[in-house]
Design a protein around this ligand. Structure first.
Ligand code: ARG
Length: 462
């Protein structure tokens, strides 16, 4: 018989049992469900809503059930629908009538909202920790490559020389924003919904704040209808995670390009590459490709949940049971991707010489030739045109800007002197971009320092 079977004359059709049941995927919230119930029953006892001795018995039995689940001694039943009713059923089977008092003043609607919030609070912390580890890997790569010059691109065309440290710190900034977004999302997850009942609260004098403080929630919800039908925090998390994956996918794409034979800027460690079943020479960046690929499923999870929630009338609707698979899938996927990505970049080989060669081609110092003229008094637009013509001349004569003779320079503009060669060396081009946020060694060191402080602080909040 179902826990809610009182008003029914017939058993549920078998297909409906299977269809309705969420135990297959929500059983992973067993710990949150039991801890939530323990806090609830503690409060019921303390507020004399049920006798204190009964509360004690329920609490101890719930603790036993938790231990038994963790020891693998319990199998859940499809018929009992979800994790909430499975646990309540086991409780009742062990202590009979006393167990039937647990659900006083509570509904599965506020219970499931509580469980998801508890589950996600823990997951957000794990995700932030993993992002901090990735950030630390980026900081240490950057410290090692403050002088490693490579071409920066726009439109995937060589643009201006930068350093590998500067490039890595660009990703540092993206993941820093991801951490900040998760910290912010945590605030809206950290709100305790129990006491909202099915939708309209309850007539029992529950002490909601007592439950919140036992479960380490900083706030309680202030509208029972909203509290049971709100999944904003989950959608927010999926959006944060989509952004993390978007950043990872951009990074992966660059690493895939960089490890192509044409670039040969980096080489993934053997432990993070795979071969081909037919082509013996192949070493493929599968890990990076798979992370790039998995980005799609996390976006899918976000779109799926947004669409599930679209136009749902207040308050709880069964549609909302669909939230869990999307949430779990996205969290699992990001938890899978982050550590493997971090280890991959920590172990990859960096071919500095190829990066430098890459920066030498493609007239990456053309802007600096123009800036040279500007510093000697020519208006920028005129300097731009002079250098544009020089580039054309170089292309026609198959030369680079720094391979031109001083005579050739002077034919383009009389302003040029011998010192132009130093001014347009790649090292100088980078060193001269010495403003906050720029690629010079000093500027990157400043952002590394600011970054380190941020990571230390974020770790201390966990
Ligand atoms: N398994 C349900 C879910 O995940 C729990 C809440 C069910 N509430 C209800 N009134 N049917 O949403």
């Amino acid at each position: 018989m179902k826990l809610w079977g009182g008003r029914f004359e017939k058993a549920t059709d078998k297909t409906v049992d299977d269809f309705n049941s969420s135990i297959r995927f929500d059983q992973r919230m067993y710990r949150q469900d039991i801890l939530g119930s323990i806090a609830h029953v503690n409060m019921l006892g303390k507020c004399s809503i049920i006798p204190m001795q009964d509360a004690e018995i329920i609490k101890n039995t719930l603790q036993d059930i938790l231990n038994d689940i963790e020891a693998g001694k319990i199998t859940f039943e499809i018929d009992a629908e979800d994790i909430h009713m499975n646990i309540e059923k086991i409780l009742i089977s062990r202590i009979g009538n006393i167990g039937k008092k647990l659900h006083t003043g509570r509904s599965r609607n506020d219970q499931v909202a509580l469980d998801i919030r508890m589950y996600l609070k823990e997951e957000i912390k794990v995700l932030i920790k993993m992002l901090c580890q990735l950030e630390e890997a980026l900081l240490s790569l950057s410290e090692k490559h403050l002088d490693t010059i490579l071409p920066g691109y726009t439109h995937l065309q060589k643009a201006q020389p930068i350093t590998l440290a500067h490039h890595m710190m660009a990703y540092f900034q993206m993941f820093k924003r991801d951490i900040e977004r998760l910290q912010d999302c945590y605030k809206r997850t950290n709100i305790m919904p129990l006491g909202s009942g099915a939708l309209a609260g309850t007539t029992y004098p529950l002490d909601r704040k007592m439950v919140a403080s036992q479960l380490d929630f900083d706030y309680i919800t202030y509208n029972s209808l909203d509290a049971v039908s709100d999944r904003d925090f989950a959608i927010e998390l999926l959006s944060c995670l989509s952004m993390v994956m978007m950043h990872l996918s951009r990074f992966c794409e660059e690493l895939i390009i960089w490890s192509s034979h044409e670039f040969s800027f980096v080489e993934m460690d053997d432990a993070f590459s795979t071969g081909s079943s037919i082509m013996p020479q192949k070493k493929n960046p599968d890990v990076a490709e798979l992370i790039r690929g998995k980005t799609g499923r996390v976006y899918g999870d976000l779109m799926g949940l947004l669409t599930t929630m679209k136009a749902l009338p207040l308050a709880y609707n069964k549609d909302m049971q669909e939230d869990k698979e999307a949430i779990f899938d996205a969290v699992d996927t990001v938890r899978l991707c982050l550590p493997v990505f971090t280890s991959m970049i920590e172990t990859m080989k960096i071919h500095k010489e190829n990066m430098y060669k890459g920066a030498q081609g493609g007239f990456t110092n053309a802007t600096d030739v123009a800036d040279y003229l500007v510093k000697k008094g020519l208006p920028f637009r005129e300097a731009h045109e002079v250098v544009g013509k020089m580039v054309l001349y170089c292309i026609q004569h198959n030369k680079s800007l720094d391979a031109l003779t001083l005579e050739e320079y002077k034919q383009c503009s009389v302003i040029f002197e011998q010192d132009v060669f130093k001014a347009i060396s790649l090292q100088q081009c980078v060193a001269d971009r010495n403003l906050d946020g720029g690629p010079s060694k000093e500027a990157v060191l400043t952002s590394i320092n600011i970054g380190q402080t941020f990571i230390e602080k974020s770790k201390s909040l966990l």
